[in-house]
Design a protein around this ligand. Structure first.
Ligand SMILES: [Zn+2]
Length: 226
């Protein structure tokens, strides 16, 4: 009887520990008791990266850019600027595949691995550093993706609020982001060619509001997590 109880305890402990490991490798908001928020930009670099960096510089804000390998290859100089300005560079995989659609593909793990490695190589060519922050396209958070990230030395970060891909007017968009300001918020926006005008405006208004409310705007590697 004692043995059975011991075995059950060991199994429960192992289950708890393995699920906890995954929990430690996936985040979508920071510590809700800290007045910190993070601004994150996906899909770049793009020809609009420079204007975005100018705005961030004007307010002395450091952000996190989750870049696509194919765009780094296309616009290496813009990635360099992101790095020079002191922003954090994370991987958004190579070609923005929707891994949810590969659910029954037997090569799924290999496809994910390739997308990460190819991006890592492109980023390393410019910055000399392996990124360790990852955000999958479409917020993909299936176990296979989180486990692969861990195996490859990455942590996965989603977001607590993002809306800039929706067709609403600029003022409404700004208000939506402002109404989602809270301690530990991770905001998702996009650094996409020819679509950045509204994001520039949004970034500016959001930073002004955050400053007014005395929030600290941090890179994801400076953010507190519980
Ligand atoms: Zn994306």
């Amino acid at each position: 009887m004692y043995n059975i109880i011991m075995k059950i305890c060991i199994i429960l402990f192992a289950l708890f520990f393995s699920s906890n490991l995954n929990a430690e490798n996936f985040y979508s908001y920071g510590d809700p008791s800290k007045n910190e928020v993070a601004l994150t930009y996906d899909d770049g670099p793009s020809p609009d990266t420079l204007a975005l960096c100018d705005i961030l510089k004007k307010y002395n804000v450091k952000a996190t850019f989750f870049v696509l390998g194919e765009n780094v290859k296309r616009y290496p100089g813009y990635l360099k600027r992101i790095k020079e300005d002191g922003h954090l560079i994370g991987s958004h995989t190579y070609s923005h595949k929707n891994f949810y659609k590969f659910k029954n593909n037997p090569d799924m793990a290999k496809i994910i691995e390739d997308e990460i490695i190819r991006t890592e190589n492109e980023i390393k060519k410019i910055t000399g550093e392996k990124p360790v922050y990852l955000r999958y396209p479409y917020g993909y958070n299936a176990k296979i993706g989180i486990d692969m990230a861990k195996k490859m030395g990455y942590k996965v970060y989603n977001w607590s609020f993002g809306y800039d891909w929706n067709k609403i007017d600029d003022e409404e968009l700004v208000n939506k982001y402002i109404s989602n300001i809270k301690p530990g918020a991770i905001f998702l926006m996009h650094d996409r060619k020819y679509k950045t005008d509204r994001v520039l405006n949004l970034t500016q208004k959001l930073i002004e509001e955050l400053n007014k409310r005395e929030y600290k705007t941090v890179r994801l590697d400076e953010m507190s997590f519980k």
